[in-house]
Design a protein around this ligand. Sequence first.
Ligand SMILES: Cc1cc2nc3c(=O)[nH]c(=O)nc-3n(C[C@H](O)[C@H](O)[C@H](O)COP(=O)(O)OP(=O)(O)OC[C@H]3O[C@@H](n4cnc5c(N)ncnc54)[C@H](O)[C@@H]3O)c2cc1C
Length: 396
Amino acid sequence: MNFDFSAAEQAFVAEVRQFIEGEAESDDAADVMNPNRESDSILSDTPARKRFNRKMAERGYIGMSWPKEYGGQARPGIYEYLLNEELSRVGAPLIGKGVGCVGQTLIRHGSDKLKAEFLPKILRAEVEFALGYTEPGAGSDLASLKLKAERQGEGWLLNGQKMFTTSAHFADWYWLAARTDPSAKKHKGISLFLVPMDDPGITIHPIETLGEHVTNQVFIDNVWVHEDYLVGEVNKGWTYICEALDYERFTFYTFSPLEEKFNALLSLVKSIRRNGKMISEEATVQSRMARLATDVETAKMLQRRVIYAASQGDVPSIEAAMCKLFSTELHQRLSRAALDFLGEEGLLHKSCDDAPAGGKWEWSYRATALDTIGAGTSEIQKNIIARKRLELPLEY
Ligand SMILES: Cc1cc2nc3c(=O)[nH]c(=O)nc-3n(C[C@H](O)[C@H](O)[C@H](O)COP(=O)(O)OP(=O)(O)OC[C@H]3O[C@@H](n4cnc5c(N)ncnc54)[C@H](O)[C@@H]3O)c2cc1C
């Protein structure tokens, strides 16, 4: 069994690494690449990160998997995964929503007008999107969303509220799921819209999370959208949302941050002296590190199975659920181990001058909790595994 990537894929990784090494020399590199940003690492929220994205676009890294007729290169999705793996290793912004769920959905289902308006801008990294799915009463049970879209003239009038919209405070466009048919079964009456984020009817309130990741509560009051900005067919939104998740299997799950975090933890262990002795000499510390090293290898294999299944054209929902469940919880276990090894000093916030490792571990301990919630909580991943792999009945 060969778990290695092909020669062409490895050559691409080498090329990306060279690009990243070059970028690491730029004046704004500290803003672009920051492995300590934890779950914020995907965001393009500063001029430096936007510049970096445009540079990636110039190199043809945006939209690699898109068909050639839309400006892509028709490369297998694995190249986008490999790119994201290297970007996330250094905490640089990843290619994400624009190329993935927005771009791919427009290519498959969008009108010629929407394709012409958005696809070239995505390829040039000139447009940011925010995904408006979750609502106060619709998170895990997303199909219960209530944001109302009512027919009015040549368009739709939108009213309601969204929760946890990451990027809303700097995005240009809102990729918004709304209920267009309240009488239909809940999965059937949903449609997707593209709404300019600067519409005067949109009010954005920041939500500070445990991990200092800023997400947003968004209020939508009498926002009128021309029917041209309905994506695909009316009431087909749920199908498009599910399909989009499938396109993103390749790019979602990067392993390199786990590997980097483990290596940082190992260096930490080798640097701490307590009661006149290196803690790395203690059997309990060695045992815990050995266990974690094994878990990191396990996470790598789970992730490879997602990539392999997706590359064969399968929808790896069970593999992806196992990978997300295990990897996000392992991120937490690594941070918790660091705090245990550091003792009380480990609790110092990154704003304290003498916080060990610049407060990385204390921040990581808080921030990694978010990954077990976003994009489907750990409980939801367990439900998928129980239902689809184990064929166990669910009570509801
Ligand atoms: C950092 C971050 C960024 C996010 N960004 C976005 C974004 O950009 N756009 C967007 O639309 N959303 C975003 N989300 C929202 C995210 O998708 C939801 O938080 C997530 O799906 C959970 O929904 P909820 O918060 O409503 O919790 P709920 O669904 O209310 O769940 C509450 C608790 O109940 C458990 N639970 C729920 N249902 C079940 C069940 N059937 N069986 C067992 N347990 C269950 C959950 O696991 C959880 O512990 C983001 C979230 C976070 C944390």
